[in-house]
Design a protein around this ligand. Structure first.
Ligand code: KG4
Ligand code: ZN
Length: 352
């Protein structure tokens, strides 16, 4: 009898260390999340107003073993109960990716189970299959701190790019604008909180690319407009009311521009994949309520199904890595100990 036969289900440990979250989760192939531990290194980076790669790598090294142990304890499992071990192999801050990769390889070697190097973007992309069982093909809007893309997801490892940002990622725009407004870090949640008390119509910020054909994005002009608004409306310091209005107006501009680009993508996707009828949003910015509402409205108008994972599974977590590991294991796709962590790893170059 094969050693693995004693394990009834595919239970996979997923490790995420590509940015400033140290995360480990255990997921079963019937889509049950048995444990999901996320340690956000906010306190380590706050003083610097952003993620410091060297500090992140050292913190992952200090914390990861404890986070993995906690995930196993929550799931009431021992390492020997695991069917496979997955870790983000890139793209991301290389120091952290190395820490996660080495830990996963060591655990896999010690327990004798397969190791899977997961592409972080693929993990975001497949999360909707964990949470909602979405079938291929679907249209994916991937909006995170480092990316802003529209892709057709044809299957595991099969992605076709419809459009992407020509300058900043959308999460980056949130983070930079929050910093300019003194709202702190990370910027997305800070802007969303400030915007709740603001007037989204007070500032008529540009909607970059809106109305143009194609599915590309741009956010650098919007950033400049925010800087000018801050300079104009402030005497010495930005009042809470001004900050709230700028945040609300910025958020409205971002949501509107992304929805416009997504509308073009829906049309293109429908032509290319007549059998597909779902729009999935993924990545940290997908946690934004205003954006979710706008996209949901677009889907209601066009007859598409809209799927947005719960916010805790939109921002970086280990469950999405474990799930991507399960998807790859099901297809017999594993990696060997030679896998080298990759700081850059575009989704449309991935092969199943
Ligand atoms: O996916 P993620 O956790 O990490 C990356 O892979 O980049 O995304 C992080 C990004 C940050 O830029 C953060 O400001 C943004 O997601 N974010 C949000 C919200 N929560 C996180 N942006 C807008 N609204 C939010 N509620
Ligand atoms: Zn991410």
């Amino acid at each position: 009898m094969d050693d693995w036969d004693r394990v009834a289900a595919m239970i996979v440990l997923g490790i995420e260390t590509s940015c400033d979250e140290t995360a480990a989760a255990i997921v079963r192939d019937d889509r049950e999340i048995l444990a999901n531990v996320v340690y956000s290194q906010l306190d380590e980076h706050r003083a610097f107003g952003g993620v410091v790669p060297e500090i992140a790598a050292r913190a992952h090294l200090d914390i990861l073993d404890g986070v993995v142990r906690e995930a196993l304890a929550q799931a009431e499992l021992a390492p020997a109960d695991l069917y496979g071990i997955a870790a983000t192999g890139g793209p991301g801050l290389i120091g952290g990716v190395i820490v996660g990769t080495m830990t996963a390889k060591a655990l896999a070697a010690a327990t004798g189970v397969p190791y899977i190097a997961v592409n972080h973007l693929e993990a975001h992309a497949l999360t909707a299959r964990l949470t909602d069982g979405v079938a291929f093909p679907y249209l994916l809007l991937l909006v995170s701190g480092g990316h802003c893309q529209l892709l057709a997801v044809e299957g595991v490892g099969h992605y076709s790019m419809l459009g992407a940002t020509v300058d900043d990622a959308v999460g980056e725009a949130f983070d930079k604008c929050a910093k300019m407004m003194g709202l702190g870090f990370p910027g997305g949640p800070a802007i969303e909180t400030a915007a709740a008390n603001g007037d989204p119509k007070r500032f008529d910020f540009p909607r970059p690319m809106k109305g143009r054909p194609g599915c590309d994005f741009s956010f650098s002009g919007l950033k400049t407009a925010i800087r000018q608004a801050i300079l104009k409306s402030v005497g010495e310091a930005l009042s809470d009311a001004d900050a709230a209005d700028i945040a609300a107006s910025f958020q409205a501009a971002v949501a509107e521009t992304i929805t416009d680009r997504s509308a073009n993508a829906l049309q293109q996707f429908s032509e290319d994949y007549p059998e597909g009828n779902t729009l999935v949003v993924a990545g940290g910015v997908a946690a934004n309520t205003e954006l979710r509402q706008k996209l949901s409205g677009l889907c209601a108008l066009t007859g598409f199904r809209f799927v947005a994972p719960p916010p805790v599974l939109c921002t970086d977590n280990g469950a999405m890595i474990a799930w991507a590991g399960i998807e790859r294991l099901r297809l017999g796709l594993t990696d060997d100990m030679e896998f080298a962590p990759r700081p850059r790893w575009p989704l449309d170059t991935l092969q199943a």
